[in-house]
Design a binder for this molecule. Structure first.
Ligand code: PLP
Length: 474
């Protein structure tokens, strides 16, 4: 591509993106398409000859955009609502332009050092102590996997060298989570070869928080049976309800058995940058590791997850190898190389976009947006609470509201009613909600985390919910 074309097309593309955001409100949040619709419109083999960028962008408009779920739509309230931001997009653009593979300090000094600096800024903003050192991975699933690998390394059972299979000398290693933990932890124990049977799910209390007494009993029972309890994963901001496990109560239990405490704050960690929400990380000054996802609630484009770890030596021991000749560098003993701390060799230059987001908004700007999302969630929760037609299904500590349409009779479990509501709302294209199951009841989730969501959007979804409910019960 000539430099003239690059400039012209680049300007055009930024204009295209600006228009996309200007008009995003008018698009259906969820595309009205069926599985296979897009594939049917695409050629089954790659083009033999190059095509013009104009033609390609035209096809983005014609084929790709209609098949997008618009996560940046201000009425996207599903899952954990998240969104990119202008500085984050610019950061991604530059990352793609530099195309660094930050595996060794030498292959990207900027990425290596900026990552350390930016994660230290974030650590301070979240009120974490200096003993926590950050490293970036793609997702929380991968961050947690690395944390559990480091915890396993600390068990001193020569698993790195000898593995786990065919070892009659190795007792069952146990990881403890609440029944509301994210299934990424289960995937991590599968991937690490610990097996699903290593995962012990602890019941939660009425507020969906891990029951610390049940945890202590489970660990004692496992010890009596000769197992090795080695890791507890507490969740600060569970996926279903954003409940916060009682880390302060969990800490002494883990410490008594010299276990690793990993905190999954993938969603809620960002809220700790708001001074009045900092308490959600109470107790984490004694945790061994914490994951938080700036790509969830810090307006940073997917993907960017941060693992804070107190024992970088163990994380390194779990993954590093004596470098082969092709990876040796003169400064290797003086610098940190990202590839020593995980399964990847090459690493994307992700710190750049986070740095740009943090500089553009500042700590106060980011905190103000998160605070506003929490205010909007409380406002919505108050409407639900005051209405005879709806009921709250869980406390609202942050910006996620779990609620449902109240069935008209005791004998009705509300399943069909609420299924009807969510299907109609989502099919309208005007908003998107997701669901969970709490106390065996289908529950609707409204998550507010999009940078473009305003009170008007929250009023709209409330109106839409009530309109759809009225149609169903008519
Ligand atoms: N942990 C929690 C509490 C989550 O809510 C999620 C996703 O929503 C994850 C982990 C997994 O996140 P990721 O997609 O970054 O792996």
């Amino acid at each position: 591509m000539s430099k003239e074309d690059f400039r012209r097309l680049g300007h055009d593309l930024i204009d295209w993106i600006a228009d996309y955001f200007d008009n995003i409100d008018e698009r259906p949040v969820l595309p009205a398409i069926q599985p296979g619709d897009l594939k049917a419109k695409l050629p089954t083999v790659a083009p033999a000859h190059g095509e013009s960028m104009e033609k390609i962008i035209e096809d983005v408009d014609r084929l790709i955009v209609p098949a997008l779920t618009h996560w940046c739509h201000p009425s996207f309230f599903a899952y954990f609502a998240t969104s990119t931001s202008a500085p984050g997009i610019f950061g991604e653009l530059l990352t793609a332009a530099f195309d660094n593979k930050a595996m060794l300090w030498r292959t990207s000094p900027a990425s290596t050092e900026l990552e350390e600096v930016v994660l230290d800024w974030l650590r301070q903003m979240m009120g974490l102590d200096k003993g926590m050192h950050g490293i970036i991975y793609d997702t929380a699933s991968v961050s947690s996997l690395h944390a559990i690998a480091a915890a396993r390394e600390g068990v001193e059972q020569r698993i790195r060298e000898e593995g786990m299979s065919g070892r009659p000398d190795l007792p069952l290693l146990r990881v403890y989570v609440s029944e509301h933990s994210h299934n990424s932890i289960e995937k991590a124990v599968i991937t690490l070869g610990l097996g699903q049977r290593s995962l012990r799910k602890i019941p939660a209390d009425k507020q969906f928080r891990m029951d610390a007494r049940a945890l202590a009993e489970a660990i004692n029972e496992d010890k009596r049976n000769g197992h090795i309890p080695f890791c507890i994963v507490a969740t600060v901001g569970t996926t279903s309800t954003s409940s916060i496990d009682p880390v302060r109560e969990i800490i002494p239990i883990g410490e008594e058995h010299a276990m690793w405490l990993h905190v999954d704050a993938a969603y809620a960690g960002s809220a700790a940058i708001v001074p009045e929400f900092r308490h959600i990380l109470d107790g984490c000054e004694r945790a061994d590791s914490i994951v938080t996802n700036p790509h969830k609630w810090l307006f940073t484009p997917f993907d960017l997850s941060v693992l804070y770890c107190r024992h970088m030596d163990l994380l390194k021991r779990a993954f590093s190898l004596v470098p082969p000749e092709y990876l040796r560098t003169p400064e290797q003993d003086k610098v940190r190389s990202g590839s020593d701390y995980g399964i990847q060799l090459g690493r994307r230059f992700r710190a750049l976009k986070l740095w740009m987001v943090m500089r553009y908004f500042g700590h106060e700007g980011l905190a103000a947006r998160i605070r506003e999302h929490c205010r909007l969630a409380r406002l919505f929760a108050a409407w639900v609470d005051e209405s005879p037609d709806w009921e709250l299904m869980a406390p609202v500590p942050l910006a996620l509201v779990c609620f449902r349409a109240r069935p008209k009779s005791e004998s009705d479990d509300g399943e069909a009613l609420n299924q009807g509501v969510i299907e109609r709302v989502n099919a309208s294209g005007r908003a998107l909600l997701s669901q969970t199951r709490l106390n065996d009841k289908l529950t609707l989730r409204l998550s507010i985390g999009n940078i473009r969501t305003t009170e008007a959007h929250v009023r709209d979804i409330w109106k839409l919910l009530n309109e759809q409910l009225a149609i169903i019960i008519m």
